[in-house]
Design a protein around this ligand. Structure first.
Ligand code: MLT
Length: 293
């Protein structure tokens, strides 16, 4: 069975996709045509439009989907870096209060994350300072090896949380792109959904390009992979930009903000080091992201 790949570019799209998958109804823009009756005449060479659309709604079911989440600048790059540096696990949470609560339950936990790009301090927690921000360069072996980390970021950890209930949640980034491809292939899922965390409520080019790079790898290795229009769009964008990825990304809104801050400037180049980390990061039953290979 050919795997179908879809890309969601914003958190709003993720919410809409989730809602439709949970209700078992077509996502916005998909047909509401009924599923064809069992035994209805089928042609082996022609897919009728209503069959294709009914199939789309069936396959949007979360439990048959692998989600790969991208927040290239910077949350998923940071998580991959932390695991490469030997962190025991990274728990993504959406709210600052949840992270602070984890500190009470697990005093050994390191708290990490940002708001407005900057490390979370006492002004936002009403108490403890976070140990780390969201700069991947902070997550060295000396700081994180063997440690359990709780992280909350503006978009990245919300995107990870929004995939709850999927068959598998994988952490995507340019850093571990090549390692992630064979993992996805070995799972042989019906559907792969590439979830771009974006910036605030909007899309982010850097996430779309990383998703496009993954689409390109999957399609090149298995030509029968079915790229939905969103995936084809991301792939085209990647192929167009691939020779000058760093330049294209340095012009994005979020990159420009990071580049303007001396202490975060180098994060942009750090996050674009393709295949610097040979690891697959997956969410386990306790929602903790751990290294698989
Ligand atoms: C996020 O989760 O929104 C980002 O990772 C923001 C950042 O660069 O810190």
């Amino acid at each position: 069975m050919a795997c179908e790949v879809e890309v969601l570019f914003t958190l709003a799209e993720l919410r809409a996709w989730r809602e439709s998958a949970e209700r078992g109804v077509p996502a916005p823009g998909e047909s509401k045509m009924p599923t064809p009756r069992a035994g209805a005449l089928r042609s082996s060479s022609v897919i009728l439009p209503h069959e294709e659309r009914a199939g789309s709604s069936r396959e949007s079911s979360l439990s048959r989907t692998t989600c790969v989440v991208f927040d290239v600048l910077r949350a998923t790059s940071t998580i991959v870096t932390a695991l490469a540096a030997g962190a025991a696990g990274v728990l993504p949470v959406e709210e600052i209060a949840e992270a602070v609560d984890w500190r009470r339950r697990r005093p050994d936990a390191l708290l990490a994350g940002e708001r407005g790009g900057l490390r979370i301090g006492a002004a936002l927690t009403g108490g403890p300072e976070f140990d780390l921000g969201n700069s991947p360069r902070e997550f060295t072996a000396a700081r994180v090896a063997g440690r359990f980390i709780v992280i909350t970021t503006t978009n990245g950890t919300r995107a990870l949380g929004g995939c709850a209930g999927a068959a598998e949640i994988v952490v995507g980034s340019f850093l571990n792109l090549s390692a992630t491809v064979p993992h996805l292939q070995s799972r042989r899922r019906e559907k792969i959904c590439l979830v771009c965390a974006g910036t605030n409520e909007g899309a982010a080019l850097e996430d779309a390009l990383a998703a496009g790079a993954l689409c390109d790898r999957l399609k090149s290795i298995e030509p029968e992979t079915e790229l939905r229009d969103s995936a084809a769009l991301a792939r085209h964008a990647f192929l167009h930009a691939r020779e000058n990825l760093a330049e294209a990304i340095s012009r994005t809104r979020h990159a420009r903000r990071l580049l303007s801050l001396p202490e975060l400037h180098d994060d942009v180049a750090f996050c674009l080091r393709q295949d610097a980390c040979d690891l697959v990061a997956v969410s386990e039953a306790d929602n903790v992201l751990r290294r698989q290979t």
